[in-house]
Write a protein of this length. Sequence first.
Length: 127
Amino acid sequence: MATQLVLCDTNVLIEFYKNNSSVVDTLKKIGQSNIALSVVTTAELIYGALNKKELQQILTDLGHLTSLDIDSDICRIFLRLMSDYSLSHNLTLPDALIAASALHHEIPLYTLNLKDFKYIPDLKLYI
């Protein structure tokens, strides 16, 4: 079991809902009490719900995980990341906010899209 929080990218949760065995196994290894989500991921999952029943299931599931709000420190990191990497690496707004949350809380980010984050110094990726 992991002993610290691990921030999960939206694609990880999408694959969890698709019952991707590799992702399910990794999340079990991390442990439910150590899984954290940015409010950006929560919002993306809500946006992607296909109907009210699925939305309710998502909200119930996410209620068991640690939610990391966006504060002014995360906003400052986010703006620096956007300034540094939006042109050179096509960093997107959601990815920058998620990365900023991981950097601020000094926790690793578990993502299935390593290429979207690997160029950010000091960002620990959960592999």
